[in-house]
Design a protein. Structure first.
Length: 131
């Protein structure tokens, strides 16, 4: 499995099922905990940062401290095809990079290379895994 850096993309917010999801209590709780109640302030269709993936659990693994909220937000509560990622360090871009996205993982557009390079990420990701 891939361990290292993954770029974070904010969706357009137009995915099917989003109006129904926004009405669900767990969604509202997650948004409140993240202090993101003002949807008008959310970046849309943009690369917003980078995260470090330090561990990946397969569907049959049982990571400790996984809450009902984790399962709900991860979309894997009834799906045997999901993986859970343990996130290490995170870096926000000073300015989001406007960019259409896609579901799952996809190639990074060239216009994002330089702003991400300016973050000066450590050369050795997943440093937590070395004893």
């Amino acid at each position: 499995p891939y361990l290292g850096y993954i770029v974070l993309h904010a969706s357009s917010g137009k995915a099917s099922g989003m109006p129904e999801r926004r009405a669900e209590p767990l969604y509202k709780t997650a948004i409140r905990r993240a202090h993101m109640e003002d949807e008008e302030a959310w970046p849309r269709s943009a690369i917003v940062g980078v995260m470090e993936v330090v561990r990946i659990w397969e569907p049959y693994d049982d990571p400790k401290r996984v809450t009902a909220m984790d399962c709900y937000l991860g979309g894997g509560e009834d799906d045997n095809d999901y993986k859970r990622w343990q996130i290490g360090r995170r870096w926000a871009l000073p300015t989001p990079i406007s960019c259409n996205g896609a579901l799952k993982l996809w190639p990074l557009p060239r216009k994002a290379y330089e702003p991400i390079r300016r973050l000066r990420l450590p050369k050795e990701p997943y440093r937590d895994l070395r004893g």
